[in-house]
Design a protein around this ligand. Structure first.
Ligand code: FAD
Length: 310
């Protein structure tokens, strides 16, 4: 059994593992895919002190740093169920999809999130070649270019406002007959000269020249007509889904399925902590996930040293 058992091996889980191991306590990490979302990322230019790196390189560095320490890394292991300890100080159990089970006196949940995709032809092919999901990350790559934002909820409208200050032109495409973002955001968006808003529109295709995105096609849901828009970038903002389906009924989740944590990273269950994109932390970024992982590990250590000696 582990003193600290971490589920998820992205930036949050890696940071938690390093902070826990540096306390000299038995630490394990079970991850479906060690590295997490950064494996799917091209350029990273906002991890402070690293001017530029690439996702897979960053993921390899995370792994190398974790392996500098006495951490048991169990890669390609998907957790299916969490059974909290029955009494304070007892072991929590994590049941893996393959039937095996792991025990930890504390558990840190860092299973991350995934961007909801449109599921249209071209989206996968041009991912990172014009199709993007994170305006904070990739916005500056489209400086002076034309982009679309797909989705008129708060995140889509925020993205459109943000991007309008960087790119030449933004087309916002919303499936519904009206935007769903807060009124104050909608007013701000409507005031911007380089934004066009198209409602009742279903994106049907991402177009490209084989190397880069060159446009998109959408269907006008009222008229049934197809339209093309020429552009260089597409930001898909139709939801970030936390990987917490397996945690229903064990820790408190927000209405969006994010694990509710306090400022110390503790969940609703004593001894169970969480960090990164799977939590209610505002803003989902690598540097924030790393900070969250460090917080959760230090809180787990604090919890452990307060348990009565057994
Ligand atoms: P994740 O990276 O999602 O890692 C989750 C981990 O949990 C993975 O190891 C996963 O396999 C594992 N896991 C999931 N479910 C289970 C389960 N049931 N059992 C076991 N393991 C499980 N952020 C930036 O700061 N800068 C950028 O430039 C940037 N660019 C991005 C580009 C793209 C295309 C994407 C998708 C994201 C980008 N981000 C960027 C966001 C950044 O990647 C995330 O904020 C960060 O990876 C979150 O870290 P995390 O550890 O919380 O989760």
């Amino acid at each position: 059994p582990f003193e600290v058992l971490i589920v998820g091996g992205g930036p949050a889980g890696a940071a938690a593992a390093i902070y826990a191991a540096r306390k000299g306590i038995r630490t394990g990490v079970a991850a479906e895919r060690f590295g997490g979302q950064v494996l799917d990322t091209m350029d990273i230019e906002n991890f402070i002190s690293v001017q530029h790196t690439e996702g897979p390189k960053f993921a390899a560095a995370l792994e190398a740093h974790v392996k500098d320490y006495d951490v048991e890394v169990m890669n390609l292991q998907k957790a299916a169920k969490l059974i909290p300890a029955r009494s304070e100080g007892g072991y929590h159990e994590v049941v893996l999809e393959n039937g095996a089970s792991l025990k930890g006196r504390t558990v840190i949940l860092s299973t991350g999130a995934r961007w909801r995709q449109m599921g249209v032809p071209g989206e996968e092919e041009y991912r990172n070649k014009g199709v993007a999901y994170c305006p904070h990350c990739d916005g500056p790559l489209f400086k002076g270019k034309r982009v679309a934002v797909i989705g008129g909820g708060n995140s889509g409208v925020e993205a459109a406002i943000d991007l309008a200050g960087i790119v030449a032109h933004v087309t916002l495409i919303e499936f519904d007959s009206q935007l769903r973002a807060d009124a104050v955001l909608q007013r701000k968006l409507a005031s911007l000269p380089n934004v066009r808003i198209i409602t009742s529109a279903l994106t049907t295709r991402v177009d490209g020249d084989g190397t880069r995105v060159t446009g998109l096609s959408y269907k006008d849901r009222n008229q049934g007509t197809e339209h093309d828009v020429e552009l260089e970038g597409i930001f898909v903002q139709i939801g970030l889904v936390p990987n917490t389906e397996w945690l229903k009924d064990t820790v408190a989740l927000s209405p969006r399925g994010e694990i509710e944590i306090d400022a110390r990273g503790e969940t609703s269950q004593p001894g169970i902590f969480a960090a990164g994109d799977c939590t209610t932390v505002p803003y989902k970024q690598i540097v924030i996930a790393c900070g969250g992982g460090a917080t959760a590990a230090l809180s787990a250590f604090d919890y452990l040293i307060r348990l009565p000696a057994s």
